[in-house]
Design a protein around this ligand. Structure first.
Ligand code: NAD
Length: 237
């Protein structure tokens, strides 16, 4: 049985990843920050183990590492926790900027740092980070989000080079528009326009991303590292 940690897994793409891995018999550690009851609901449904930690908080991440470490070595880490915000560049405050980077970039760094020593010692492991198509192309009115998600891509490529000799794969998915709470603020007209811009003419589902993450975590992806896999229905080609 593989041990998997998925951050930010109380809903959306993270929850879909938890369901996908659990349905294949993996032991899933389901990280959440504030949404205890939502996390417990998914845990009850899937058999996953909920673990609380704010990924941007060093102490909480290390507490999570100790809890998970008590159950054995982590085989797969999915850095999914993230926040987004739509604002004109000139309206972004210093605290908006810091929050964006604290969760999306520092969180990924802290959680990876906490678990990577064991992977290096075992000379095996797979890390999958969740970026965004806006990290690839840049999105208007989302400069801080685009910059943070581009940092996720740089982190992925650099760490893949460094950890390749240790037998660890580091890859990244770049979702397009996915139907989750993160996009709940979009109007139906906005969603329709985005759908029409997508070659597959639909908004993505969390499961579309989860299945790609599952593939990147599988033995079928053993010779794939440092890659950014767009899961966006052809939006970015
Ligand atoms: P979501 O808002 O439903 O899920 C994000 C999850 O991250 C939530 O469970 C939230 O509680 C958790 N989280 C936020 N801050 C956290 C923290 N400090 N510590 C621990 N958990 C924290 O959105 P989603 O669409 O499921 O997003 C998942 C990932 O996919 C994010 O990284 C997001 O940027 C990325 N993404 C989403 C889309 C999309 O269209 N929905 C597109 C591209 C990329």
């Amino acid at each position: 049985m593989r041990n998997i940690l998925i951050t930010g897994a109380s809903r959306g793409i993270g929850a879909a990843c938890a369901r996908e891995f659990a349905s294949h018999g993996d032991r899933v550690f389901l990280n959440y920050n504030n949404s205890k009851s939502a996390a417990e609901k998914i845990a009850a449904e899937t058999g996953a183990i909920p673990v609380k930690a704010d990924v941007s908080n060093f102490e909480e991440v290390n507490r999570m590492r100790k809890i998970i470490g008590g159950c054995g070595r982590l085989d797969i880490l999915v850095n999914n926790a993230g926040i987004s915000q739509t604002k004109m560049f000139t309206d972004i405050t210093e605290s908006d900027w810091d929050n964006m980077f604290n969760v999306n970039v520092k969180g990924m760094y802290l959680v990876t740092r906490a678990f990577v020593d064991d992977m290096i010692a075992a000379k095996s492991g797979k890390i999958i980070n969740v970026s965004s198509m806006w990290g690839v192309t840049g999105g208007s009115c989302e400069v801080h989000y685009s910059a943070a998600k581009a940092a996720v891509i740089g982190f992925t490529k650099a760490l893949a080079k460094e950890l390749g000799p240790s037998g660890i794969n580091v890859n990244c998915v770049a979702p397009g528009v996915i139907d989750t709470d993160m996009n709940a603020h979009l109007s139906s007209d906005d969603l329709e326009a985005l759908k029409n811009e997508t070659p597959f003419m639909r908004i993505g589902k969390s499961e579309d991303v989860a299945k790609t993450v599952f593939f990147l975590a599988s033995r079928n992806a053993d010779f794939i590292t440092g890659q950014i896999v767009n899961v966006d229905g052809g939006m970015v080609i």
